[in-house]
Ligand binder design. Structure first.
Ligand SMILES: [Zn+2]
Ligand SMILES: [Zn+2]
Length: 122
């Protein structure tokens, strides 16, 4: 039952719409709590991120993003559909985990972490 070499994958993806939170539970027991503003801000699609690999760009939206759909893409990603019609963002498990805003993940990735590109955070 070794999962060595395999990246963690989510066992549960849950949208708590009242709190505007996307909660991801991983098969290694980790839990990621994303605010919708945050996860929309780091939409990984080419339109939002351009083609610069490695560097995250934070996208600001005019109004608070509203998530209208979550779709599974194969066994490796989810795509998020937003009320403004944006639906090209495909969040692979790897990307989701990299975006995890918790302190542990931030420390793990240091200045590479997307959180550091967010305007107004310390
Ligand atoms: Zn996008
Ligand atoms: Zn984390």
């Amino acid at each position: 039952m070794s999962t060595q070499g395999l990246a963690p994958s989510p066992t549960e993806v849950e949208l708590t719409s009242a709190e505007e939170i996307l909660k991801v539970t991983w098969d290694d027991g980790h839990q990621s709590v994303f605010s919708l503003t945050y996860i929309r801000g780091f939409c990984p699609c080419a339109e939002c991120q351009g083609h610069s690999a490695g560097d995250w760009t934070y996208i600001t939206t005019e109004s608070a993003p509203v998530l209208v759909g979550i779709e599974e893409v194969g066994n490796y990603a989810i795509s998020l559909r937003w009320q403004d019609g944006h639906e090209t963002g495909i969040y692979s498990w790897e990307v989701l985990r990299e975006l995890c805003p918790c302190k542990d993940c931030q420390e793990l990735q240091g200045s590479k972490h997307a959180m550091h590109q967010m305007p107004g955070t310390h």
